[in-house]
Structure formats: C-alpha cells, structure tokens
Ligand binder design. Structure first.
Ligand code: THU
Length: 160
C-alpha cells in the first residue's frame, strides 16, 4: 500500500480591486447577475459570468423552484446557456459571486460539487483549462487555474 497525495494550488486576491481589469469587469457582471437571481426559498443569491474565446460574455444566476430539486445553480445556468448558444466557443474564465441574505458574505464561496462536475465536462470537451474566480459580495477572491484544482480525480468520458 502506498499513499497518494493530491495537491491543489489556488491563488488569493485581497479584494475585487486587486484583480486584473478584465477579470474585475467579469466579476462585476457576475454581481449584476447575482442581483437578479430567483432565490425565494434559500435567500442565497449566486451570479456567474463566463468569458468565451469569441469575446462574448454569458451570465447566469440560481433559479429556484417550489419543488426544490428542480432549481438550478448559477454556474450551471450560465455554462449550459453558453454551451447551447455558442457550442464551439471555448470558456476562458468563469467568475462567481454569492450573497446570503442572513449574513454578509465576505469569504469566497466555491462552486458546489454538481457544478464542478459540469465545469469539468466543458474543460474536457474544449481541451483547455477554465480559470475560475469566486468570492462573496466583498473580501477575498480565490482563483483556480483549472477545475482540476477544485475537483481532483474527475470522472469523465475516458471511463465510459
Ligand atoms: N447555489 C448556486 O447557485 N451555486 C453553487 O455553487 C452553490 C449553491 C444556489 C443553489 C440554491 O439556489 C442556493 O444557492 C442555495 O443552495
């Protein structure tokens, strides 16, 4: 038996203002999307903004439903819209911002497991990594250079 160690490297920015201009602007698109989320059940508002290699920006937010499992996270709303509208475009960057109504969200909120799996699908499909930036409403921003950092041991089509 031998031990297998998996290491993940993330990058931390002190605030929105420390981000490169293009990413800051993408994050502000995520803020705008977040404010339009439909989250009457959780009161947890999430926005996502995607920059494609054709220059287009696609945004999405969480859409909830009285039948709870029928709702969808912001990241998947955005990524599936991007995939449906521009099936041949590559996703370069994904910015995510989350806000709770119960507390000031000042620490980075990572994408849920199901969204990580969805992001992984597109990274495998396009064969290039997706930069992922995530934060609350203010405070630190975390950056991952690829979904592999957030989802080591991914399950993908190579196993099928
Ligand atoms: N949510 C997202 O939109 N993205 C995530 O990665 C985590 C959770 C949404 C789903 C639900 O509408 C609310 O946040 C509370 O879980």
């Amino acid at each position: 038996m031998k031990e297998i160690k998996i290491e993940s490297k993330l990058y931390e920015y002190e605030s929105l203002n420390e981000l490169p201009d293009e990413v800051k602007s993408l994050m502000m698109d995520a803020f705008e999307a977040r404010d339009k989320a439909y989250a009457p059940y959780s009161n947890f508002f999430v926005g996502a903004a995607i920059l494609l290699d054709n220059g287009e920006i696609i945004t999405g937010n969480n859409q909830e439903n009285a039948a709870f499992p029928s709702g969808l996270c912001a990241e998947r709303t955005a990524i599936y819209y991007a995939g449906s509208k521009y099936p041949n475009a590559k996703i370069l960057k994904l910015a995510i911002s989350a806000a709770s109504q119960n507390q000031k969200t000042t620490s980075p909120i990572p994408p849920c497991g199901a969204c990580r799996q969805a992001i992984a699908e597109y990274e495998v499909k396009q064969k290039t990594p997706i930069e992922i930036y995530f934060m609350g409403v203010q405070g630190k921003v975390l950056k991952s250079n690829s979904i592999a950092t957030l989802l080591p041991f991914i399950f993908d089509k190579s196993s099928l």
